[in-house]
Design a protein around this ligand. Structure first.
Ligand SMILES: O=C(O)CCC(=O)C(=O)O
Ligand SMILES: [Fe+2]
Length: 171
């Protein structure tokens, strides 16, 4: 794919910043700070404080991402999975709570401009021969996850079904 392709796609983007706050919780084995989900956005750049709690699902188990003050965690979200025709996989993750300490994380979600159509580059599709996801706009997916569906393991598949039932002409 042309080096400039994704840079151009995101250059007028409308990204989102979120600060998560997790109070200490003495039932930390019974509850989660953030349940398992893939971010619906494109690329996630996350910084967690020294308490730690971020986990990613890999090789069938949850792995703790050890906090490092000098490091950011970069992961792929659903929109980038669609933009790469499924080549880059959206990262399943969650955050556990801590019994004794409060915890904060600061997350920057790279996202395109709302009305941008999410579709993989033509040369990638020509090589692979087949599209995996229909066209959608980032604003449709954002609306879906803010008004109709709480992001989880299956957001993108559920969104596509919702999209095709509400706007059948897209595919
Ligand atoms: O707090 C964390 O480490 C994870 C937060 C998260 O997954 C999110 O805000 O989407
Ligand atoms: Fe997340």
């Amino acid at each position: 794919v042309d080096r400039l392709h994704y840079r151009k796609f995101f250059e007028d983007g409308s990204s989102i910043m979120r600060c998560n706050y997790y109070p200490p919780c003495n039932n930390s084995t019974l509850t989660l700070g953030t349940g398992p989900h893939c971010d619906p956005t494109s690329i996630t750049i996350l910084h967690q404080d020294q308490v730690g709690g971020l986990q990613v699902f890999s090789n069938n188990k949850w792995l703790a991402i050890r906090p490092r003050p000098d490091a950011l965690v970069v992961s792929i979200g659903d929109t980038f999975m669609a933009l790469s025709n499924g080549r880059y996989k959206s990262c399943l993750h969650r955050a556990v709570v801590n019994r004794d300490s409060e915890r904060r994380s600061l997350v920057f979600f790279v996202s395109p401009k709302e009305e941008k159509v999410v579709r993989p580059p033509q040369d990638l599709v020509s090589r692979e021969g087949q599209r995996i996801y229909p066209d959608f706009t980032w604003s449709d997916l954002l609306e879906f996850t803010q008004k109709h569906y709480r992001a989880d393991v299956a957001t993108l598949q559920s969104f596509i079904q919702w999209l095709l039932s509400s706007k059948p002409s897209t595919f």
